[in-house]
Design a protein. Sequence first.
Length: 424
Amino acid sequence: MQLDSVDLLVNTYLHYGYLPSLSTPSKLHEIDKPNPRPTFSVSEASQLFNKIMDDVVSQHTNKEGRCIVPLSGGWDSRILFGAVMDRFPKNKISTLSFGAPGQLDYKIGKKISAHYDINHTSVDLSQQEISWQKLRQSVEIAPWTYTPDAYFNKLAISTVMPNKDDIIVSGFMGGPLTGGHYTNNSPEDEKKAFSKKQRKVKEKWLPESGFHPEASLPPVSDTSPLSPSEQLDICVRQSNCISAIVTPCQKFSQWSYKMGALQSGTQFLTPFTHPEWASYWLHAPKSVKKNQELYLSILTNLYPELSALPSKYSLGAPNNSRLRKRFARSKRNLKRHLGNRLPMLGVRECSGINYLDYDHAFRKREDYYEVIKTAKNILKENNITPWIDIEGLIENHIANKENNGKTFLVLVGLALNLEREGVV
């Protein structure tokens, strides 16, 4: 356990859904300034990106192996997909998406792959059964992070059956470095804003009353090349939470694009954590990070056709069609309105959901119900969260009085990790 008392650990996890460290990894602050001084032009950034990708691809020493790209509806995986297509024959590229039908992250990767005639695997998570034992095995590999995100990521990767001759190229850290999460507040204001934004369940206050979540965050350094917001996002959230979910590295602690290997021997590579790429962006002025303007310009500069294809930001419509984007937005808003106002119609707007509609799963699926019931029994028998009426939450959820899917995931994750630690 990373925190100094069980009570603090429980309350921190109930708030964040993961555990921040007491300090930030020192090597993430050790970033030399680029030499010579960059101009931060589109052509310069594009050249650097191509250099980084050449370094990464050089790790693919066996030409019989594949390059596997997890391809979502966002920009990070898309720009990597464009670079991979420049460097590999089509028959050596495989793409992967996962989620459930109707979700943008699930279907856009499939559409893009079909557009370029690339072999693609779609993993429908709604067809995957969970159990306490499966999730328990997952937290052994990826403890104290979001549940069941790490389990589903590893499950999806396994479906493409990677072997030691393959490499996996992941978009981990693309957004955080290039301005996707950048803000410019004082250190104390950043900690308050970060703890508020990172609150996993916003509909209910799960920790004990009087708990101050910013007190669980490590100090912000005033000598780091990382801004306060980057220190919290990169050195806390990405390091302690996201890395264990999407890579084989349990904790991201140094700038390297080699994130380890899967059990199959497949090398897992993350170009956006390359030291030269990190140095470039961590010394970039605020102006080029605003709205990720420079970063997104690389995509449109190098891969104009790819950038025009539908994304989750255009709600599945072509990025260059304002009319179709407006129609998609209206359709989404109507479905949301009907779902909220008239739940008896069974209309659910799921296009922007990651992984699964957990409210639906905990209400309709026996495997999900058994998992939350097990978590309830463990937490109740060990008097871990006596201030939370878990039985009442379950009853209200089943009766459609409340949507408590996110709450249940946090409680399940808490019970699983406490069991792993031997606390319960």
